[in-house]
Design a protein around this ligand. Structure first.
Ligand code: NDP
Length: 333
């Protein structure tokens, strides 16, 4: 697989260059809006070609796939261009700024017959898979509630557009609530139907929210409580799933790294649950490569990206209007 990186981003530098290469993918191009930044990135990561002209890069017939990790408002046009050039697409979350745009991206990829995936890394982690397996095994009985704790401190090097650029898709809801929506869907196997929410600017956000709390109604009747923030240095992350016969406590698992602890508590006592500690992004790339080879689906599909965005948009809408909002999935099922 030959890849082009669309975006000389932090996530590409920190995780995805290594993940693609670990999966025996070759990175042949990197694109940046600034040719100079593209050149610096290419030199640092030994990428042979770089540039600032997307059409020119996509014209290379040897490129099989693109990884899009620019700021959120650029995903739409770049994904459309890649699909038009018949390249497979791994796109960062949120797929787009609006539901209509995300749906259009996924439909275009379907029509072109290319694989389209969303880089929701948490469902690739051993910890989340272990929690999901426990739920599916019936060990905690009927699920009553899920609490998602994802209030972190946004490190200074990521405090640019995320905290001050609504037009670029800034704010904690497009940044982190989308991940939590994907986690809830992955763990419980059902899609939120309605949400209530509040949001705040608690020290970092300039024109965008930096904190949000919301409660989601699930079709089964289970309740989901979700907390995201950029301003909580010591809160730690995690999730809890409570059922009629037991509870699961997973600590430090809303992260980019294969860490954390998972405990099961039932009438028999507390049990530490072992799980695989593989790299989350490498697993996502492995599943993407397999999907391109015709073996199964990506870890998170385009539809998963549409649905996580739909929930996040409903949360923001509910917080703005102060009402319960039904989640609109844009006609995709
Ligand atoms: P960055 O801010 O690092 O990069 C985003 C864009 O900003 C880059 O594509 C680049 O544009 C531009 N940029 C980077 N450095 C500079 C600079 N020094 N001066 C001017 N512009 C610069 O963002 P992230 O890597 O944090 O996020 C990128 C995308 O990835 C987002 O969609 C985000 O939501 C997603 N993401 C996903 C994660 C996950 O786990 N799935 C984790 C982190 C982010 P250009 O390419 O034109 O040079």
């Amino acid at each position: 697989m030959r890849w082009a990186l669309i975006g000389a981003s932090t996530i590409a530098r920190q995780y995805m260059v290594g993940a693609i290469r670990a999966g025996h993918g070759e990175i042949s191009h990197v694109l940046s809006a600034s040719a100079e930044r593209a050149g610096t990135f290419a030199a640092a990561h030994h990428i042979p070609n770089f540039g600032s002209d997307l059409e020119e890069i996509l014209a290379d017939p040897d490129i099989d796939a693109v990884y899009i990790s620019t700021t959120n408002e650029k995903h739409l046009s770049q994904a459309f261009a890649a699909v038009k050039a018949v390249k497979h697409v791994l796109c960062e979350k949120p797929l787009a700024l609006t539901l209509e745009d995300a749906v259009a991206m996924v439909r275009a990829a379907d029509e072109a017959g290319v694989v389209f995936a969303t880089n929701h890394h948490l469902r690739c982690s051993g910890s989340h898979r272990a929690v999901r397996a426990l739920i599916a095994s019936g060990r905690i009985g009927r699920v009553l509630s899920l609490r998602l704790h994802h209030a972190v401190h946004l490190p200074p090097h990521l405090q640019g557009w995320r905290i001050n650029a609504p037009d670029a898709g800034g704010g904690v809801i497009p940044d982190i609530t989308v991940h939590d929506a994907d986690v809830a869907r992955f763990l419980l196997g059902e899609d939120p139907v309605a949400v209530v929410a509040q949001m705040a600017s608690s020290g970092l956000g300039e024109g965008v929210e930096d904190s949000a709390m919301s409660v989601w109604t699930m079709p089964s009747g289970a309740m989901v409580m979700s907390h995201e923030s950029f301003t909580h240095p010591f809160a730690g992350s995690g999730l809890e799933v409570h059922g009629t016969d037991g509870s699961i406590f997973a600590r430090d698992v809303m992260t980019q790294n294969p860490i954390g602890l998972v405990d099961l508590v039932t009438a028999s006592g507390r049990e530490a649950i072992e799980f695989e500690k593989h790299d989350l992004y490498e697993e996502g790339v492995r599943r993407f490569h397999a999907a391109v080879a015709g073996e199964g689906e990506p870890a998170a599909t385009g539809l998963d990206g549409v649905k996580s965005l739909a929930v996040a948009l409903a949360v923001r809408d509910a917080a703005i209007r102060g009402v319960r909002v039904d989640v609109n999935y844009g006609g995709l099922v």
